[in-house]
Structures are given as structure tokens and as C-alpha cells.
Design a protein around this ligand. Structure first.
Ligand code: F6R
Length: 606
């Protein structure tokens, strides 16, 4: 997830671009850069690191001019470096990009075969080459961009500038946000209204599959076939702070709603619908040598790992252990060659997980990182790294980082299962088919927010909560309890449903809400029995079940329904109502949802 901005008008572009990028820096700060047109050519100034680095560089290398584009990067393809910073310039074309080009490897090979030379590892530079080539025969920049887009698969918002047509910026959108800001004799384009709100409040939100040609005098919108689209502008009344949160009250709520897009990005380029297989980017494991998989992680990432255990055992039939990183490192674990240790850390900086990685490496295991932050410390330390591409998560309580970790677990399990031959091609095809439908199904669930708001009011005054689940839903019960306690400060326990009768059942009375995860699947009847045990003791039951389940209403006080999917993928849907319940309970109590007391986003102490 990157921040992008473009300006065309009569004022100096660079201060406006840098001012906009300051508002976008929360989207990524691996590098920043601008390209500004002046006296026949555009000048690119860019550098690795935070925006302040670019500001210093611009003092030494000023970029005058009244047309320009700017970018702040959150690395996906290619490590954070000066060369991989945007804008990318090829011939007369400068490009900035937010998103992922799914078929970048094939396009790079094709372009290289016809003589293209690359100066970065990014997928974005490929698009600069494509537009530059099309421009040789196209009548204008908009046509060249349209022709180049035909070749590109993936999620993107691009902004393109040409030295041959300096009075025009061309932007295109597919799955990544894009907004145009309208001024007097000047116009803006950006990934976020935040970036332009101090300059104009008149905006047009660009829709999927639209190309917008931005000139000083006005903007023209067409679809990818060149057919005009007529769109009205909106006047933004949000404050700058609200705008940064996309109009949501908190970053956590925004990030809950971003999950369908985040999961789509995790899947982009990783599923092969023709070969019924998955790729883990550059990760190439010697699967025949793997005798055991050991997950090490903390907190929410530990819960994702417990789901990983279920998935890898079920699909790859490899033995799996899951350990809290802080325990693993201190108990002289029995580990060695033949073990694949998977270190799961959204931040990639958690000290306990990092030390667990060191311990595993010392003992000769192969170590794979699953992280959300490219080139963070843990992936750098590991033999292999797989990134979830959820975009920066600002709310301290993990939401989109968690669901994208679950998707990464499913991809890893399918990858291993196909290579151990435990997973048939038919079953892999069915699972991949379900995976690609998840973003839409997740959208359906996050739209049930109003119901969760009502339930949060109904149950939010309780002194404690119990969360129950079996199989892959057990870690989701743990995660539901963690989410609630960390942001609402209400005590909550997550339990394996079958364990309830061995102790926690003593807690149950009419004051204890019990959230039971009971989607359709092999454990359904057993969990319904556990649920009956709760109700027989006057416990209040809130069930999370599968759409179309007409039976469950008779066993629960309240029911939240999620769409049907494969049993292995159900956790990705059932966790969503729990995140929303926690959010609305905490918000009702007025706690600091995004920065709960005593917590930090990355825990770099033991
Ligand atoms: C809870 C949460 C934490 C983290 C934990 C590990 O919402 O976010 O429990 O999961 O601190 O962090 P990472 O995944 O960055 O290693």
C-alpha cells in the first residue's frame, strides 16, 4: 500500500506534492520521490527512507515546475532502496503506482527479450516500459496508457506523466483507491483525499476500470475501452484527521473494512488457476526434506499459527508444532535439519520471534518468515520470506494483518500439500476456488457491522466473556478473546469448546456472555451440545454460524451468520464478527481503540 499524488496547475508542484505526501506517509515510508516537469524534461528526485530524507535531498537538488507526481512507498516487489523508489522513469514516461502487477514476471521476461533494460526490481518499472513503448505509435498519452493496461493483470492505481505531453497526467484504477481533486485552473490526483484536502474539497472518486485524463482546465474520465463516463464531484466535509481514517472513526474500523482488499492483495499473483497450485513468490522449499513444521510466533500471530497447524496437518499431512516464541527460545527446543520453522510476525520486528529464529537457525533448521513488512528484521534473518501485503496497519490491535496471515497459512498448506502429494489436484482446485471468492464473502460479513453494534450494546456491560470453538475455530476463540480484552479491557477467555466442562463451566451464569463459533462442518453437532450445556446454566449464547443454518437459532440467544466456505477457510470469515464485536464494545466504553493502554504496535523488548 503506497501513497500517490499528482498536481497540474500554475503553482510550483514540489511543495504541494511533498505536502500531500506528508499526509500519506502513514501508508508507507520505505522511500519517497517526485518527478516534476520543467523546461522540456522531468526531473526525478527520490530516495530510500522517510519523507524527511526526500525533503533534505530536494534542498540540494530542487525540482522546479508546475506539473508533477509524488509517491511514498510501502515495499512489495523489490526491497526498499533508492533504485526501487518511485517515480520510475523510462524514456519520456514517469510512473507512480500503488498495488501489485500480478503478471510482472512474464511481462518483465517479454520486455527483456525485446531489449528492455531495467534499473529496479519493481513491478512498477514494467508499466513505465509498456507505456513508453505504446507512446511510440499512440496519438496521445491517454491512448498509450490504455493500450499498456491491456497487458497488465493485478491491482493498481497508476499515475503517468510524459515529457512529450506535459500538460496531461493520466491515472487509472483497478482495486486500489484513486481520487481526483478539482481546483481553479489546477487539478490533483491522489490515492487518498487526505493528500489534497488542504487544497480542495471538490473531489471525484474514481471507480474501478476507469482512466482519468487530468489537465489544468479539467478532467475527462473514460472506461478502459475509451467510452466516456460522466461523474459528478462530491464536496468533502470531513476533517483532515477523519479523512486519514477514510471517514471511519478509528483506524481499527477502517482496517476491518479494508480486509477484503487486503486478502485480495495477499492472493494476487500467488494462485495458479490453470495448474491448480500456488506459488510463494521466490520461496522454493525442498519439501521432500521437510519432516516437521514448527511455527513460532506471539500474540495474534500465534493464533494464526494455530490455524496454520490445522491447515498444514490436514492438507500436507506433515507433523506440526506451534510454539510461543518467548517459550521456544528458552527451552532448548529439539530442532534441526529436517524441520521447517515458520516465524510469523506481522511487524517483522518482534524480539521474541527474532530470537526464536536465531535459535532455530543455530540448530540447523530451515526458517521461513511470514510477515507484512518487506525487509523488516525477521524476514531478513530468515532463509525465506513470504509477505502478506496487507498494507500498513495503524491500529495496534491486529485485524487485516491477522486475516492475511490466515490466507498465507492456507497458501503455505496448499503449497506443501501439493508437493507431499497429500493434497489431490481436485481438492487443491476446490480450495483455490474458495480462496479467490473470499474477498467478496468477507465484504458481505463486514457489511453486517450494524448488527454487531446492536449486540455490542446488548452484551458490552458484562464483566467477562467466554469464547468457544473447536478445530480451526479454537484459535479464533482465542483471537476473539484477545481482541476484546486488549481494546475494551474486559476480561475474556478463549477455550476449546470440548474443554469447557473441565473447568470454565463453573463460570457460567446469566451474566456471562458466551460467544460460540459454530459454522457448519465436522464439529457442528459437538459444538451444539456444548452450546446446550451453556444455556442449561443460564449462560447467554451468541453464536457465529453459517448462512442458511436454520437450526442454530433454537440454541442461541443471538446469531451472526457468515457465508459458507471450505472448512479450512472458515476462520477467515468467522473472525470478522468477533473483531467488530470487540471494536463496538470498546468504542461504546470510550477506550482508546487505536492505541490501547500499555500496548505497542511492535514489541521489541523481551
Ligand atoms: C494483538 C497483536 C499482538 C501481536 C504480537 C506479535 O492484536 O497485534 O498480539 O500479534 O505482539 O506481533 P507481530 O505479529 O508483529 O510479531
Amino acid at each position: 500500500m503506497c501513497g500517490i499524488i499528482g498536481y497540474i496547475g500554475a503553482r510550483q508542484a514540489t511543495p504541494l506534492l511533498v505536502g500531500g505526501l506528508k499526509k500519506l506517509e502513514y501508508r508507507g515510508y520505505d522511500s519517497a520521490g517526485v518527478s516534476v516537469f520543467h523546461e522540456g524534461t522531468s526531473r526525478v528526485v527520490r530516495c530510500r527512507g522517510k519523507l524527511s530524507g526526500l525533503e533534505d535531498k530536494l534542498v540540494r537538488e530542487p525540482a522546479p515546475g508546475t506539473v508533477g507526481i509524488g509517491h511514498t512507498r510501502w515495499a512489495t516487489h523489490g526491497r526498499p532502496s533508492d533504485e526501487n523508489s518511485h517515480p520510475h522513469k523510462v524514456g519520456p514516461i514517469s510512473v507512480i503506482h500503488n498495488g501489485i502487477i500480478e503478471n510482472h514476471l512474464a511481462l518483465r521476461a517479454e520486455l527483456a527479450a525485446s531489449g528492455a533494460q531495467f534499473s529496479s526490481e519493481t513491478d512498477t518499472e514494467i508499466f513505465a516500459h509498456l507505456v513508453s513503448r505504446e507512446l511510440a505509435t499512440a496519438p496521445d498519452l491517454t491512448t498509450a496508457v490504455r493500450k499498456a493496461l491491456v497487458k497488465v493483470r493485478g491491482s493498481y492505481a497508476f499515475v503517468v506523466m510524459s515529457d512529450k505531453e506535459p500538460g496531461t497526467l493520466v491515472a487509472a484504477k483497478n482495486s486500489s483507491p484513486l481520487v481526483v481533486g478539482l481546483g481553479e485552473g489546477e487539478n490533483f490526483v491522489a490515492s487518498d483525499v487526505t493528500a489534497i484536502l488542504s487544497e480542495t474539497r471538490k473531489v471525484i472518486f474514481i471507480d474501478e476500470g476507469e482512466i482519468v485524463t487530468v489537465k489544468r482546465e479539467g478532467v475527462t474520465i473514460t472506461d478502459f475501452d475509451g467510452k466516456p463516463r460522466v461523474r459528478d464531484h462530491k464536496v468533502i466535509t470531513w476533517s483532515a484527521v477523519q479523512a486519514e481514517k477514510g471517514g471511519f472513526k478509528h483506524f481499527m474500523l477502517k482496517e476491518i473494512h479494508e480486509q477484503p482488499r487486503a486478502v485480495a492483495d495477499t492472493l494476487t499473483g500467488r494462485v495458479d488457476l490453470e495448474r491448480d497450485d500456488v506459488t510463494l513468490d521466490g520461496v522454493d522449499l525442498d519439501v521432500a526434506k521437510i519432516k516437521r513444521v514448527v511455527f513460532v510466533a506471539c500474540g495474534t500471530s500465534y493464533h494464526a499459527s494455530l490455524v496454520g497447524e490445522f491447515l498444514v496437518e490436514a492438507l500436507a499431512r506433515l507433523p506440526v508444532e506451534v510454539d510461543l516464541a518467548s517459550e521456544f527460545r528458552y527451552r532448548d527446543p529439539i530442532i534441526g535439519p529436517g524441520d521447517l520453522v515458520v516465524a510469523v510476525s506481522q511487524s517483522g520486528e518482534t524480539l521474541d520471534t527474532m530470537e526464536a529464529v536465531r535459535e532455530a537457525k543455530k540448530k540447523g533448521a530451515t526458517v521461513l518468515a511470514i510477515s507484512n513488512v518487506v525487509e523488516s528484521s525477521i524476514p531478513r534473518l530468515c532463509d525465506h520470506a513470504f509477505y502478506t501485503h496487507a498494507g500498513p496497519e495503524i491500529g495496534v490491535a491486529s485485524t487485516k494483518a491477522f486475516t492475511t496471515q490466515l490466507v498465507a497459512m492456507a497458501l503455505l498448506a496448499i503449497y506443501l500439500g501439493r508437493r507431499t502429494n497429500a493434497l489431490s489436484r481436485e481438492k487443491a482446485r476446490a480450495l483455490i476456488g474458495e480462496l479467490v471468492q473470499l474477498p467478496q464473502k468477507m465484504r458481505d460479513v463486514v457489511e453486517t457491522g450494524a448488527q454487531l453494534q446492536v449486540l455490542a450494546r446488548r452484551y458490552g456491560n458484562a464483566n467477562g466473556f467466554l469464547f468457544l470453538g473447536r478445530g480451526a475455530q479454537y484459535p479464533i476463540a482465542l483471537e476473539g478473546a484477545l481482541k476484546l480484552k486488549e481494546i475494551s479491557y474486559i476480561h475474556a477467555e478463549g477455550y476449546a469448546a470440548g474443554e469447557m466442562k473441565h473447568g470454565p463451566i463453573a463460570l457460567i451464569d446469566e451474566t456471562l456472555p458466551v460467544v460460540v463459533l459454530v459454522p457448519r462442518g465436522p464439529h457442528y453437532d459437538k459444538v451444539v451440545s456444548n452450546l446446550a450445556e451453556v444455556r442449561a446454566r443460564q449462560g447467554k449464547v451468541l453464536a457465529v454460524a453459517t448462512k442458511g443454518d436454520t437450526e442454530i437459532g433454537g440454541h442461541a440467544d443471538d446469531v451472526v451468520l457468515v457465508p459458507e466456505t471450505a472448512v479450512e477457510l472458515q476462520p477467515i470469515l468467522t473472525v470478522l464478527p468477533l473483531q467488530m464485536l470487540s471494536y463496538y464494545v470498546a468504542d461504546g466504553k470510550g477506550t482508546d481503540v487505536d492505541q490501547p493502554r500499555n500496548l505497542a504496535k511492535s514489541v521489541t523488548v523481551e
